[in-house]
Each structure stands twice: as C-alpha cells, then as structure tokens.
Design a protein around this ligand. Structure first.
Ligand SMILES: [Zn+2]
Length: 233
C-alpha cells in the first residue's frame, strides 16, 4: 500500500477530557456506568481529570470535567453546574499509592455478583485472560498458571467514606490490580488510560466467568483437572 494508507491514519486522541468522554460512552454501553453511576479519571502530569458526580456518563462533554492541579492543590477547571465526583479521594489514593495514570470505577453487575459470592478476596487461576493482568510489583503480566487475587472491601453509605478501607487494601495487597467493593462495584487503575481500560475489561471478563464457574460447581481458583472430576461425578 502507498501513501493512501497514511492519508487515512487518524492519530490517537491525547486530550484526557476527550478520552474520558469517549470511554464513558463505551462503559455505559457495557452497563458499567448506567444511571449516573461509576466514574473515571486520568492523571496528566500534575493535572487530574475527573468526571463529575451525578451526571449521565454517556452524555458528558469535555468541558463538564473537573481538572485538579495536584501541585497547587486547586481546581483549574470546576464546572459550576456540577459537584466533584465522590470517587475523587479514591482515585487520588490510587494515584498516590500505585503511581497510576488513570482510574476507572464501575458498578458492573459482574463485580457486584462476585462480591456476594466471595469473602475477603476474589481468586481465579488457570484461565487465559489472567495473562492480561499486570504483576504490579514487577514488570510483566501474570502467567496462565498464576492466581489473580483481588481484595474485597465493605461498602459504606457514602462513596468517599470508602477511601480509608481502599487505602488499607492497597497496602495489604501490593500485587492487587483492583479492589472490589461489596454490593457496589469495582475500582481499577493502570499506568496509563489504555492500560487501565484493558485491565478493567479483562477483570470484568474474569469476574463474569468466575461467577458462571461457581454456578456450574467449578472452583475458579481450583487446580486444572478438578473441573473434569466434577463433570465425571
Ligand atoms: Zn460507586
């Protein structure tokens, strides 16, 4: 192919506000941020972009976003119509404790169901999609034979009150790529927005699969072969 191919090339969007608006539309279509639920944030240098509280996530415009300067500790953009997201302290904890570049919070039903079926932590192993999850404490991703462990914290009446327990979970589970909130949803982060998107999608897939495995009588963290034994029985 000649120069015609290059003529069709569209550079990847780099404006954090536009990316948040675009991705929230995708997440809405997945049922992850419906009914104004959920949230998203990107850290660009000293600036933190956050979707506002209580808005329809699929109908936001870039100007609707809050932009907080972590250096001056002031908002450089604060839309008058809206309130800052109640997720903001939780996103800030992920930025500070995990050096994240972006955070996603969903009210995915897969996350809620998993939080009801597991106790203090969610575990899954020996599934190909686990390979999309970073090791966090060292470069590279988990292998097929590794176990993904996600801590589960209890819900609170107000979103911002989750922050102390989320911070504790981040300390207690240094390898965790996400935190589940019981009867509520999921917090995921990544080194940049595209990594956060991939990790969120992979974890949601694994949560959905694990719930189905449990219903089929298969232990999602069990040894390979245990499900065959179950089938024989
Ligand atoms: Zn929430």
């Amino acid at each position: 192919m000649g120069s015609d191919t290059n003529a069709q090339y569209v550079p990847e969007e780099t404006d954090p506000a536009k990316i948040i608006v675009e991705l929230c539309k995708l997440f809405y279509a997945q049922g992850w941020v419906t009914g104004t639920a959920g949230g998203m944030s990107i850290k660009d240098g000293d600036l933190v972009y956050v979707a506002p509280s209580g808005v329809q996530k699929e109908r936001m415009n870039p100007v609707d976003l809050f932009v907080y300067d972590t250096k001056s500790k002031t908002y450089v953009s604060k839309p008058e119509l809206y309130k800052p997201s109640a997720c903001t302290p939780l996103f800030m904890a992920c930025y500070e404790q995990r050096r994240a570049g972006a955070c996603i919070h969903t009210h995915s039903q897969n996350a809620v169901m998993a939080s009801l079926l597991w106790g203090r932590e969610f575990r899954i192993a020996n599934i190909e999609q686990v390979k999309a999850i970073p090791k966090v404490v060292e470069p590279g991703n988990l292998s097929f034979f590794d176990t993904l462990v996600i801590p589960i914290i209890e819900n609170t009446a107000h979103e911002e009150d989750l922050a102390p327990d989320l911070e504790k979970a981040l300390l207690e589970y240094p390898m965790a790529p996400a935190v589940l909130v019981r009867r509520h949803g999921l917090y995921v982060w990544g080194a940049n927005v595209w990594k956060a998107k991939i990790i969120n999608e992979a974890i949601d897939y694994l949560l959905e699969l694990a719930v189905k495995m449990r219903h089929a009588g298969i232990d999602p963290a069990g040894d390979i072969g245990s499900e065959q034994l179950t089938r024989k029985i």
